[in-house]
Design a protein around this ligand. Sequence first.
Ligand code: KIV
Length: 266
Amino acid sequence: MLKKVTVNTIQKIKEAGEKFSVLTAYDYSTAKYIDEAGIDIILIGDSLAMVALGYETTHSVGVEEMIIFTKAVSKGVQRAMVVTDMPFMSYHCDIASAIRNCGEMIKNGANAVKIEGYSTYILEVIKRLTESGIPVMGHLGFTPQFLNTLGGYKIQGKTQEAAEKILNQARELEKAGVFSIVLEMVPQEAAKYISENLTVPTISCGAGKYCSGQVLVSDDVFGKFSNFKPKFARKYGDMKALIYNCAKKFDEDVKNGNYPSEDEVF
Ligand code: KIV
């Protein structure tokens, strides 16, 4: 029996000075394979708006879609912790709808939710979610749902003052009850400083090597999504070429009569 990764596992990894891995997944079979590969946290990121649904930004995805992807991914996972990213405007209107929407993700297979940003309202949401038995992963630095207010894909925490601001926000998130915090597009030294001054683990998304966890979008890792590749993403395969070549070969085989063969018919 595989031992399920929980909030306690993640905390112990940080305390032991070890590392954990986080990848996104949006479908059953990908989730199954990356779980079998030993990935510790599987995130149904709202990045699926772009990589799985073809939208321009993460703003266009909603609660109903996130539920469908959460159901598919969680069915494929045995060991990893499954975290669903709460989509734009699903937790901002009022606390009651925030709790209801986050609760839907847990009911449909997630073990925790991720919410972006910092404000006194967000702190209250985090507090109420954790009190309701819903573990929360925070997300600071560059937060894609704030793309329009941040004015583009910009590195955050570049000055000492800006890094201090992120650390203060992170400390408040920690007090409100988050079990981990994603730091996105933060300079490595700033992320080190922030991570060293927190009790909960930080997860780097382009924030360098000193965080306890590292997260990437799986389509970047597999070489599947090619519209845009962030500087910090590492491509481990060429799934785009694999898919193209398989489709091309099938197309040729159908058209020249090589498919189906005698072994492939009843
Ligand atoms: O949506 C997403 O995939 C994310 C991670 C890359 C942190 O938020």
